[in-house]
Design a binder for this molecule. Structure first.
Ligand code: NZQ
Ligand code: ZN
Length: 380
């Protein structure tokens, strides 16, 4: 196992009725920014629960955070935060709203000339941020318990992540009942995103970290069990609860302790969303299988272990086939052609982006422009 520092400062408030608890955790000394998306929280009662919990607080609302949150919208929210002297952000919704909250919190305190530098620097530019609390309504990203945020810029078709220790939420409410209203497509997306998060931290090479491996495999097995159950029985509280907790543990920094990480799938996937507008998880299902095919030799030992322990098969190829079949079984497509996207076009665009930014990814740092192109061609 490699050396590591582990610190997760986010308090999790898990279960039915827990939104009421935020009253004691949100400071009342200044107005609170209540941030949300396109209105799903107004239709499922979450908005009313938050308003009721904060009835003694001064609340300023900011609605309209998009899926794949836009930089331009976040900057409008920063203006509101400054104008209203807000000192706490409550982000209520899916990963997009949470990510927007984190960016707004960091951009408000940013002293440089251009807040886009927060993203250009991957978060190194973040020296302080307003505190953010969250109420999560979509299990998928893990944003509720990590310091990551991903922001898109419409004008330049860019989508960039940043990470900062200042950006962990101070608390997150996870009430599985808030997820009952999710469209099937978002549940499917959430299962695949959480699955891919585990894989970015697991599907590398053996690193003498048997506990990390077993933790990762447990999350995968739970997703395989409760994902389809959630889709079949949308009001099954227990299935929703296990799914929600699995998605949090998939990316709350615990399973990455002391092990190598990949993240090539995500970084290629972000470009695919920026260029073609696919949902985040839709890109991952396609690209991850391509990364494994491209890296079959280097990832063989872990692919075999995963196949044996999670699917009861004996070869790396069979493990890949089982994964694709699982994704397809929950309604997730796994090749570019299914979205009428040309693999050649995608390969050209993504490799040019990686070349221009001079970036490489993967546990061996060898997924650069050419490898990204090869991976996308494998998924035509
Ligand atoms: O906007 P509203 O009306 O709220 O509707 C949302 C949105 O249309 C809807 N929704 C959310 N909760 C609902 C609901 N509809 C009914 N009932 C509910 N309970 O779902 C739609 C999608 O929401 P979004 O927040 O965009 O989805 P998700 O949570 O999958 O977040 C995706 C974003 O997170 C980033 C992605 O790149 C993408 O931008 N990621 C963030 C990460 C992180 N912070 O650690 C890691 C991930 O790898 C990912 O990159
Ligand atoms: Zn993801």
């Amino acid at each position: 196992m490699q050396n590591f520092v582990y610190k997760n400062p986010t308090e999790i408030l898990f279960g039915r009725g827990m939104i009421a608890k935020i009253a004691t955790r949100v400071p009342s000394s200044a107005p609170v920014l209540f941030l949300y998306g396109g209105g799903s929280i107004k239709r499922n009662g979450v908005y009313d629960q938050v308003k009721s919990a904060l009835k003694k607080h001064r609340v300023v609302e900011f609605a309209g955070i998009e899926a794949n949150p836009l930089y331009e919208t976040c900057l409008r929210a920063v203006d509101v935060v400054k104008r209203e002297h807000i000192n706490f952000i409550l982000a209520v919704g899916g990963g997009s709203v949470l990510d927007a909250g984190k960016f707004i919190a960091a951009a408000t305190c940013f002293t440089g000339a251009d807040p886009w530098d927060i993203l250009r620097s991957g978060g190194d530019g973040v020296k302080a941020a307003l505190p953010v609390g969250t109420v999560l309504t979509l299990p998928a990203t893990g944003s509720e318990a990590n310091g990551n945020s991903v922001i898109s810029r419409r004008t330049t078709q860019e989508k960039l992540p940043f990470t900062s220790n200042h950006s962990f939420p101070v608390f997150s409410v996870l009430d599985p009942e808030t997820t009952f209203t999710l469209p099937q497509k978002q549940v499917r997306n959430g299962v695949v995103d959480a699955f891919a998060h585990v894989m970015e931290q697991y599907m590398t090479y053996p690193a003498d970290a048997p506990l990390q491996d077993r933790l990762a495999e447990s999350v995968l097995q739970t997703l395989v069990e409760v994902g389809p159950m959630t889709l079949a029985e949308p009001r099954n509280y227990e299935a929703r609860a296990s799914f929600m907790w699995s998605a949090t543990l998939a990316l709350n920094t615990l399973i990455s302790c002391g092990v190598p990480q990949d993240w090539a799938t995500h970084m290629i996937g972000h470009e695919m969303t920026a260029f073609y507008g696919l949902d985040h998880a839709e890109t991952l299902a396609i690209v991850m299988l391509g990364v494994w095919q491209h890296k079959l030799a280097q990832k063989n030992a872990k692919l075999e272990q995963y196949g044996r322990r999670v699917w009861n098969v004996t070869s790396a190829e069979a493990a890949i086939a089982k994964t694709e079949a699982f994704f397809n079984s929950i309604g997730m497509l796994t090749c570019l052609g299914a979205y009428k996207i040309s693999a050649e076009d995608a390969a050209a665009k993504v490799s040019a982006r990686f070349a221009e930014r001079k970036v490489v990814f993967g546990e061996h740092g060898d997924i650069g422009p050419d490898a990204a192109a090869a991976i996308l061609r494998l998924r035509a």
